[in-house]
Design a protein around this ligand. Sequence first.
Ligand code: SF4
Ligand code: FE
Length: 494
Amino acid sequence: MMTAEEYIKSLQKMDLKVYLFGERVKDPVNHPIIRPSLNSVAMTYELAQKKEYEDLMTAYSPLIGEKVNRFCHLHQNTEDLIKKVKMQRLMGQKTAACFQRCVGMDAFNAIFSTTYEMDKALGTEYHKRFTEYMKFVQKNDLTVDGAMTDPKGDRGLAPSQQEDPDLFVHITEVRPDGIVVRGAKAHQTGAINSHEHLIMPTIAMREEDKDYAVSFAIPSDAKGVFMIYGRQSCDTRKMEPDAEIDLGNSQFGGHEALVVFDDVFVPNERIFMCKEYQFAGMMVERFAGYHRQSYGGCKVGVGDVLIGAAALAADYNGVPKASHIKDKLIEMIHLNETLYACGIACSAEGVKMPAGNYQIDLLLANVCKQNVTRYPYEIARLAEDIAGGLMVTMPSQQDLRSKETGPYVEKYFKGATGAATENRMRVLRLIENMTLGTAAVGYRTESLHGAGSPQAQRIMIARQGNLEAKKELARKIAKIDVSKDNWPAKPAKK
Ligand code: SF4
Ligand code: FE
């Protein structure tokens, strides 16, 4: 396993093509806007080296017969699934941001099981290839961007019906030694901090879309690959001098990027689906399921920090004993733990897949994520309620430090007796960061749209909910004799 320093060095060695503010970034690893997100990923390496976190952060891989970072692991039992969620909560607590490495872990597990079943049904040999790829990832302790979401263009049209054929990643050429692909993946979490991109289709496909049914892996600096950084609210504060307090969380962050594949060649050994449109839906459903489980861990960990920050804000405001404040904090804890309960539940109810790895209970994972589309918003609302308006009207660190204005900032923004004004400002800025600033991408909007927007979960809940079986239960209890019904839709008995 790599240390955090080795991870950072390994990225520095890559020739990543990253664009930000319309220009190529010379040194993405050290760019002030990007660096905090890299620090979050580095934490996945750092904690894995610590004895106290060994059980959560690492696992034994039967594939290579060695200890691996859990982010590179194929889940071997339900305990592994539960530990995954606990690890994500821990990581959320340590970074208060998106630590990005989960998308790779979720893609590994989804592609591993899908390729196995695809090979069985179609006689292809993707599973063997993918197993070799997994060994390479585990041995080198890589960070991999599991990439699913295409730009999608006109949402009412299938991939092959789009005016511009590149709005979904597709195969443009099949050669004896590999394929050429073109298109882009949008909202790619951690793309710039990843050694590799692991591409999956974004929706279930029909035969006419088969050129879009493609899964493959490429190094992040492969020829024809480049990334355009997705800017975040308040991101340029990171470029300002003396703005450490204003950042709220100066050390950690997350990022998303548009990853463009401009006629990229992929060699055969790195292709895991090539036009097998019948299995695109299965891969999507499984990856989404794993990532919906993930949110029952990461968002809960970030929520822990936000609840802690709200409680501190109440202390600095001098109202920790007010009963309505106490009640709001209880409500926040209740909401946050409900999300965690869902993450643990879908893991505990996991099942062994034919390929041998374990998958979460899909219905419970979708319920987990559906709750995540709502509760973090309520937790954020309560945090803002407790923080007070100063969170968004407060002067800057430079005003606090200025000879001229500093004494007035100190005097008028002092809260509870004995509390340092600077500390009050720090905690309010942290709440601002998580609810409105750079980390709000990961805690708020990503809670809504990440791992699929709310409607995507509702479709899965409808599919997995088994309403017919529930009706049957009710019929039995109510002693309903169906022969007495004469439904309008049902032909009358002759
Ligand atoms: Fe991991 Fe959460 Fe970020 Fe997804 S949103 S990559 S689960 S930290
Ligand atoms: Fe995400």
